[in-house]
Design a protein around this ligand. Structure first.
Ligand code: FES
Length: 449
């Protein structure tokens, strides 16, 4: 058999001799050319490189041994050594331990350099731990944003705009570690200001911590862009707000007199009008009950603007209700009536409620007072009871209306209030409500069904 050496390993399939492909193995078996061929089969050269290398070395040794008895080959192999001088041979033999030492030192240096590089990298950029309320603690790579770290860990998190600081759905409340965070860049600060976020709220897509951090997502992972637009949805913070409670009077009687379908129909018309009044006066629903609602004003503005908007809201509601009563004149025995209570002050505002349907709301002493003022409407026989404090912030002169010391359950001090029989009579708010008037007349012309 003619024996012809080929390279042991090759980049070309079928040429390496280990048999990295079936074609290669078949060609080896067919040609019978290779002396040092590895076992033909399905082994990949990459995976079998180490083992095949040792096997090839052994085979080469065997082949040399097989050739050794031939005197011509042996003298050819040894000619360089036998022809060398005595000093030359001694020099060659003295090299062996030096070369081995040099290789050992180089190997150690390479390993040490690798370790030093790893330590330097770690010192320059710290990985950080991210503590999530439901997923626990995860390790995030240095330089990763909170959102990137959550994604790598397969923790669902809202990010409607894909991390471009446009939607704010990725916002999180930061707990421990907040003090180590870098200040928000302009793009993040602008987005946070737009939603009136609290100081400890950050966008997960823009924040790149360098130290351990505790976070709480403020919107569900499947939040939509619309969810993000709800002001105050920032997990709870103290804020000055104006609060309004509205109640539809005699709703129980309405339910007794009419079929359930009719009651629902009338209530839907009523809530449609109230919600329009809120929308046009910058109010936000906080709660809907069966026959009433709670609204917050001033979430994106100051207290004075919020109180003034709330007063405008009361005017708009009264006018819209009057228009609705006119439309339902043939349907209703008694005209629909409402009671409105308005107060202002500090409250805890935030997204509250079950995780599947959180809602912007507020809690606190001032919220309770507003609810009590609404109940006082019955006592004074009026449509609106507004605290003197809220009227003062609004800059509206209500001195022509009755002033009362309204007792509030749970408080020792009474609240000074104005009792306003018809809010649409508040002259200072007339001009600002002209758009309501025009809409009301347009509504009046519409058929009911
Ligand atoms: S993902 Fe939209 S602002 Fe962060």
């Amino acid at each position: 058999m003619e024996q012809r050496a080929r390279p042991w390993f090759s980049n070309r399939p079928g040429w390496c001799g280990v048999g990295c492909t079936r074609r290669g193995a078949a060609s080896l078996a067919a040609s019978q050319e290779l002396v040092f061929a590895g076992p033909a089969g399905a082994l990949c050269p990459g995976r079998a490189a180490a083992g095949a290398g040792v096997a090839g070395f052994a085979r080469a040794g065997n082949a040399v041994l097989a050739l050794a008895p031939d005197p011509d080959i042996r003298s050819a192999i040894l000619s360089g050594w036998t022809d060398a001088s005595r000093d030359g041979r001694r020099f060659i033999l003295s090299l062996e331990p030096k070369v081995l030492w040099a290789m050992g030192v180089l190997l150690l240096l390479a390993l040490a350099a690798r370790e030093v590089r790893r330590l330097v990298r770690r010192r320059r950029k710290h990985d950080y731990a991210l503590v999530h309320p439901t997923a626990g603690s995860i390790t995030a790579r240095a330089g990763q944003s909170i959102l990137e770290a959550l994604r790598v860990a397969s923790i669902p998190h809202a990010s409607v705009c894909g991390g471009r600081a446009r939607c704010t759905t990725c916002r999180v409340r930061v707990g421990a570690g907040f003090e180590h965070l870098p200040a928000p860049e302009k793009i993040e600060a602008t987005a946070l200001a737009r939603i009136g976020a609290g100081d400890n709220v950050r966008l997960a897509c823009q924040t790149r911590p360098s130290r351990d951090l505790h976070i709480t997502p403020l919107l569900p992972a499947n939040a939509s862009a619309a969810d993000a637009q709800r002001p105050g949805g920032v997990g709870g913070h103290e804020q000055s707000v104006a609060v309004m409670f509205v109640d539809l009077r005699a709703s129980t009687k309405l339910g007794e007199e009419r079929l359930p379908y009719d009651v629902v129909f009338i209530l839907n018309l009523f809530f449609a009008e109230m919600s329009e009044a809120l929308r046009e006066t910058r109010g936000h629903y906080a709660q809907f009950s069966g026959d009433g609602l709670m609204a917050l004003y001033g979430l994106e503005s100051d207290m004075a603007t919020g109180c003034r908007d709330a007063m405008r809201g009361a005017v708009a509601m009264t006018r819209r209700l009057a228009a609705l009563n006119d439309r339902l004149a043939g349907e209703l025995k008694d005209r629909l009536q409402i009671g409105i209570g308005i107060h202002c002050g500090e409250a805890i505002v935030g997204t509250m409620g079950p995780p599947s349907s959180p809602n912007l709301s507020a809690i606190g002493d001032n919220i309770n007072i507003a609810a009590r003022l609404e109940a006082q409407c019955k006592t004074y026989g009026v449509t609106l009871v507004v605290s003197k404090q809220a009227a003062g912030h609004a800059g509206v002169d209500l001195s022509s209306f009755d002033l009362h010391q309204a007792p509030v359950r749970g408080r020792e001090e009474a609240v000074v209030v104005y009792a306003v029989p018809d809010p649409s009579a508040i002259s200072e708010l007339q001009a600002e409500s002209t758009d309501v008037d025009s809409q009301r007349s347009a509504i009046s012309d519409d058929p009911i069904v």
